[in-house]
Every structure is written in C-alpha cells, then in structure tokens.
Design a binder for this molecule. Structure first.
Ligand code: SF4
Ligand code: SF4
Length: 452
C-alpha cells in the first residue's frame, strides 16, 4: 500500500470526534492544531466507509481517493477487498484507512459535519468582495441557449453606477469585479466611469470580463484594458465558423465574426491577458466543440494565456442527458487542456458557487443586489438594493437563506469538490445539469492516475 496524499489531521479530527467543537472555537482549533494532538481512531470503534471515497482500479492495482480529505492511496486487490468488507486479516492496514479518512466512525454524519466545517470557513474567509456587475441586459447576439432570453432589456443608469462606485470607494475590502451583461462591451462608458473613479480615489481593484468577444478592438485591448484592470476574459466559442454563427445569431450581417473573435483572442494573449474559451456543448455540437479545442490548441500552441474548457448546456432541446457522454466529451477536451492537479489537493474547499460565497454579489442593471447571476432581471435572490443601503462591506448573506442542497448531492462522492452544484439548475429536466465541471475534472485526473 502506498499513501500518495495524506489527509490533514486537523480537519479529519473534526469528523472523528463524537462531540463537535463549538463552531466559534473551531477556527482556532484548526489554526493551532499540531500533529501530536491527533488521536487515532481505535480499532474497536465500529467503522463505515466515507461517502466521499472514489475507487478506481486497473488490473490488480486499486486507487482510493477521498474528495473531502484530499487523501489518496494505491493498494493491491487483496488489501482493497479487506477495506471493502471492513474486515482485516492484517490489522496494520486499518490505520492507513482511518488516518486518511477512508474509514470513519459509524456515528459520523459526514454531510452534517461537512456543513459545519463549511460554516467555520465561511465565517473566516471574508477579506474580499466580488461583484458581478450587469452593465446592461442588452446584447448584440441572440445565443440560442441564452438564459437571459425574455429578460427586459435595460442599461445600468449613470446614476446607479455613481451610487455603486461611491460605495466601492468607501469599501475597506479587496475588490474583485466581473463585468457582465448582456454584452458588457455595449456599456464601455460605464466601465470607464467606474474604473476612472476608483483610480482617482486610489482604490485598487482587479477585474475580468465575460463577453462574446465580437466588440473588442485592438485599441481597447492595448490601451483601455490596462486602465480597466482587466486581467482575464471569458469568451464562448460553441463551434467552428458556421455552427458558431448559427448559434450566436448576431444582429450584424457580418460573416467574418468568427475570424474577428479569433483575431481578438490573439491580441488578448499577446497582451498577456488570460483567455478562457468556454465550449457550450449539447448533443448536436459536442464533436464540433472538441474540434474548436483542437483548433485553438494548434493555433495558440505558443501561449500559456489561453485555455479552453467544456460546459454543458442545460435544458436545451439537444441537451446531453447521458452522463457517460458528458464524461467522454469533457475528457476529450481535458486531453488537450488538462485541469490542474491542484483540484485534488486544494484544501479547504468550500462554496464553488458565488451564490454561497459570503463576499460575492451580483449588481443588477437597476441597482438590485442579487445572490445569483442567473437571476439578472428576475430578482428572486435579491437581498438589497444600492438605493437603500449605505455600505457594501456590511452586506451579508445568511447561510440559512441558501437553497437546500439536493438529497442526491448530500451523498454524492463529488460533493466536497462541487458543493451541490448550481442551485439555479436544480429545476432542470436533467439531473446532471446542476453538476459543476469539478466532477468531470476529478474523474479525468483519477483515470489518468490509475492509467499511469
Ligand atoms: S446558483 Fe448557479 S448560476 Fe447562480 S451563482 Fe451559483 S453557479 Fe452561478
Ligand atoms: S451537483 Fe452533481 S456532482 Fe455536484 S454534488 Fe450534486 S450530484 Fe454531485
């Protein structure tokens, strides 16, 4: 047996204790924990498998990975069978399984403990504020899959932008902005106003933009992006030229928009701006999206500033409802653009989704403050409004108000990497629509490891 990644004993001990440490003391406990404090679980305590274990095998070699404790071991089939039955002919093996969280005391309610652990971290990691700013709900395209379809089209007014910027300047926290829309580049005047005011007030910030990339210009990338603090750009390419144009349905009659976007990507990476190309897949374009990834890989082989990543369209007419196909198509993109191994080792891991993050808010065009970007123009997750608050730093989301995590997520082996997925997709007709890509990435990485 080889232990490749060890569980962090401090975190593990939170799950092994019969009595939970009060939440208000738990952060100090985690910070000051020393290895000597760790009390191994004794063999006389009834054990069960962690629900967050994932097993892989190739031939007679087995690999076990725990998504919560980030522990990993390889073992022989004989050793694996003992773990599987929790019956050991070799008692010296027990320690490796318990000390790495693969076996836990039977009394542990892992979901409940993990929820408690998330609560501890959630109350600590609040030194930054992330704002997704919907500058407009208008767009120069009409993507066939757009979730903002039917949302009334408005621009943020200068008055609302002024109110927001005034409060940003008074914030004492680190500021991170995502420029969002609609198509945010239809409102560069507001980006200019907000960022200039922040500069004038010596208020540092970082920003990135989610755009279709068609309105970018050389001048904007070279001169304005540095002023706007933009260090990353996300652009969707859902097919090669013809399929791309068919899916985007631009209002413009230009036929070279695909080439134009590619040339803009070229300018961005030359400027050292990170570009993430999102490949929105359904059953009709998955193979073409893989072709796009191959095309980008070849065209931009020299740069480290570009990655392409798969995403699956929800509730679309041609949605990929078969998870085996999702694993296969995403795996083909990951072959070209592999996810980082750090996904397997990052700890603590909480709240993938901005909805659940204490310091993350969406500012809608009318100044409403929302929890979820999917809610722009709908206001179901509205918690306040710029017009009625006096400071941004005191905004707070109550954990109790978060949607309940689905039953199937609570016992899903990927839950600690995915946090229960996208709440906004819980109502979708396909049960996999909510799953974050972490699930597919973890599988890809573990399959690679066992192959190796
Ligand atoms: S619930 Fe879904 S759409 Fe809303 S912030 Fe989270 S991941 Fe994004
Ligand atoms: S959303 Fe999907 S991957 Fe995430 S925890 Fe739920 S079932 Fe698992």
């Amino acid at each position: 047996m080889i232990v490749m990644l060890k569980a962090q004993k401090a975190v593990l001990s939170l799950f092994q204790k019969k009595q939970m440490i009060p939440e208000e003391n738990a952060w100090n406990y985690l910070q000051n924990f020393t290895e000597e404090q760790y009390q191994p679980v004794t063999v006389d305590i009834p054990m069960k498998h962690s629900i967050y274990n994932i097993a892989k095998h190739k031939g007679h070699t087995y690999l076990l990975y725990n998504t919560l404790f980030n522990s990993m071991m390889t073992m022989s089939e004989h050793e694996f069978r003992q773990y599987e039955k929790i019956q050991f002919s070799d008692l010296s093996l027990v320690e490796a399984f318990t000390d790495n969280g693969f076996l836990l005391p039977e009394f542990t309610d892992e979901y409940q403990r993990y929820d408690y652990y998330q609560g501890i971290l959630n109350n600590q990691l609040q030194d930054y504020m992330h704002y997704t700013i919907a500058l407009t709900s208008r767009c120069n395209a009409r993507c066939i899959y757009c979730y903002e379809e039917g949302v009334p089209q408005f621009d943020m007014s200068l008055e609302t932008a002024e109110k927001f910027t005034e409060m940003l300047c008074k914030s004492e926290k680190q500021i991170d902005i995502t420029w969002f829309g609609g198509e945010p580049l239809l409102k560069t005047d507001l980006i200019q106003y907000i960022t200039q005011t922040l500069h004038k007030n010596n208020k540092p910030f970082d920003s990135g933009i989610i755009t279709n990339g068609s309105l970018l210009t050389e001048h904007m990338i070279a001169s304005q992006f540095p002023e706007w603090g933009i260090s990353w750009v996300q652009i969707s390419l859902d097919g090669m030229k013809d399929e791309y144009l068919r899916r985007k349905c631009y209002y413009s009659s230009r036929t070279d928009i695909f080439e134009h976007v590619i040339s803009n990507i070229e300018s961005l990476v030359k400027q050292g701006i990170s570009v993430s190309v999102r490949l929105n897949m359904d059953a009709a374009n998955s193979k073409e999206c893989i072709e796009v990834a191959g095309y980008l890989k070849e065209k931009f082989s020299e740069t480290q500033y570009l990655i392409a990543y798969p995403a699956f369209l929800e509730d679309a007419a041609n949605a990929l409802n078969d998870d085996t196909q999702r694993f296969s198509y995403s795996g083909q993109v990951y072959q070209l653009y592999p996810p980082g191994n750090s996904l397997l080792t990052n700890i603590p891991k909480i709240n993938n989704c901005y909805f659940q993050q204490q310091g993350a808010f969406v500012i809608d065009t009318d100044g409403s403050i929302l929890c979820c970007e999917r809610d722009i123009g709908r206001q179901k997750t509205k918690i306040a409004s710029l017009q009625t608050i006096t400071a941004l730093d005191t905004l707070h989301k109550s954990r109790a108000s978060f949607p309940a995590v689905r039953e199937r997520c609570r016992t899903c082996a990927y839950y600690p990497k995915c946090s229960g997925g996208c709440f906004a997709a819980y109502g979708s007709s396909c049960q996999y629509d909510a799953c974050f890509m972490e699930k597919y990435k973890v599988e890809y990485l573990l399959n690679k490891m066992i192959d190796f």
